[in-house]
Design a protein around this ligand. Structure first.
Ligand SMILES: *Cc1c(COP(=O)(O)O)cnc(C)c1O
Length: 402
């Protein structure tokens, strides 16, 4: 048997089938590259789905984790630790949070949204049964976050789901206005919808959502699990005036890039009133905010700052999207910063879907994500260079043409 057969067989013997068959058996990473067991090199244009913000094995991240692991790894939330307070302080700083705001730390995006969902149930003192989310939304796979996720195929096998969630059509202010009333606790919105192929909302949508939620005493909750932590060239996407339109949310959820590969999530309440939505004892997590994860996240945020990565992402992203727009076989390009959707031109693909093209890319040494049948998603490390991206741009027309 070849090595590939061995790990595939071993995988299916001992691991859950829920993710489908793994494409590669990866053994090592460095910067924007990863290697499989046979020694083949790949340019990682997905970064663990927008997670490896600093790329693989960045020295600052490795040092922070190694030193913290050798100092104090886990303590429970009966106690706090210096990296936990430092990380929360840093989040206050980069989000320019008003006094009274607070960070609740957990372990994943779904968990960050679960906490936000529980806060929503307490909005207005409780008794507001409706929570609104948007069609095309992805908020996670646990029961609460799954209820917020739009795709029926994800939800229906697990009925009955968490009640009260209403999905409104994407980009439709009138539909949102019609759905919201004083029984609504919260509106959940991703500033950029990732799973549907990277799309922003029409101009004015977030502003309208803010006005409508305020008028009805409902919370505006921005899910920045994918779009946060420098991905757009801003700390959080809503801080980009073009995307956020100056809107100040009530709650922000964060995860993915925050730990740079270490599991961590954050639910950030803006202002004293939102912080008081949950009282002591109403929520919890064993691992959330532990010294190891918070030390890793702190290293991510500090390195984004010291290496000037926000400006790098804006510059590189603008250049990349400009180049992609002129690439043969690309119909259109969406997204901002280094969160990019590539709509394939059906006339150029010869009938091949995005999955087929992603498979060709993998064969050629590029990791990309066929996020829908027509679209590829790129979310490379924030540290990726134009030279590295150029290798993909050069290869892409042939990958699309087949
Ligand atoms: C990935 C994602 C989640 C879920 O995060 P997990 O860490 O997989 O639980 C939630 N919301 C958005 C916008 C995401 O992209």
């Amino acid at each position: 048997m070849t090595d590939a057969q061995t790990w595939r067989d071993d995988f299916s013997r001992v691991l859950s089938p829920v993710f489908g068959a793994p494409q590669l058996d990866l053994v090592r990473g460095q910067g924007s590259k990863v290697w499989d067991a046979s020694g083949k090199e790949y340019l990682d244009l997905l970064a663990g789905i927008a997670v490896n913000a600093l790329g693989h094995c960045h020295p600052a991240w490795v040092t922070a984790i190694s030193e913290q692991a050798a100092t104090l790894g886990h303590i429970s939330n009966f106690f706090t630790s210096p990296p936990q307070i430092a990380l929360a302080s840093k989040l206050h700083e980069i989000l320019d949070l008003p006094q009274g705001s607070a960070v609740f730390l957990s372990n994943s995006g779904a968990e960050a949204n679960e906490a936000a969902f529980k806060m929503a149930r307490r909005a207005g003192g409780g008794g507001r049964p409706i929570v609104i989310a948007v069609e095309g939304a992805f908020h996670g796979r646990t029961m609460g976050s799954l209820a917020l996720t739009a795709k029926a195929a994800y939800r229906e096998p697990f009925a009955p789901g968490v009640p009260g969630v209403v999905h409104v059509p994407y980009g439709d202010v009138d539909a949102l206005a019609a759905a919201i009333n004083d029984t609504c606790a919260a509106v959940f919105i991703e500033p950029i919808q990732g799973e549907v192929g990277v799309r922003t909302h029409p101009a004015g949508y977030l502003t309208a959502a803010r006005e409508l939620t305020r008028a009805h005493g409902a919370l505006l909750i921005l899910d920045e699990v994918q779009s946060g932590v420098g991905r757009t060239g801003h700390w959080y996407a809503h801080q980009d005036p073009e995307i956020g339109e100056g809107v100040v949310p009530d709650i922000i959820t964060s995860a993915k890039g925050l730990g740079g590969g270490m599991p961590i999530g954050a639910t950030i309440t803006v202002g004293t009133a939102n912080t008081k939505l949950l009282e002591a004892g109403q929520h919890g997590t064993t691992f959330g905010g532990n010294p190891l994860a918070t030390a890793a996240a702190l290293a991510v945020l500090e390195t984004i700052e010291t290496e000037g990565l926000l400006a790098h992402v804006r510059e590189t992203g603008t250049w990349l999207r400009g180049e992609l727009e002129q690439t043969a076989g690309v119909a259109s390009v969406s997204g901002t910063g280094l969160l990019v959707g590539i709509e394939l031109d059906p006339a150029a693909t010869g009938g091949a879907d995005a999955k087929t093209i992603a498979a060709r890319a993998l064969e050629a040494g590029f990791i990309v994500n066929p996020v829908t049948p027509e679209r590829l998603r790129l979310a490379p490390p924030l540290t990726i260079t134009a030279e590295e991206l150029q290798t993909f741009l050069t290869a892409l027309p042939a990958l699309i043409a087949g």
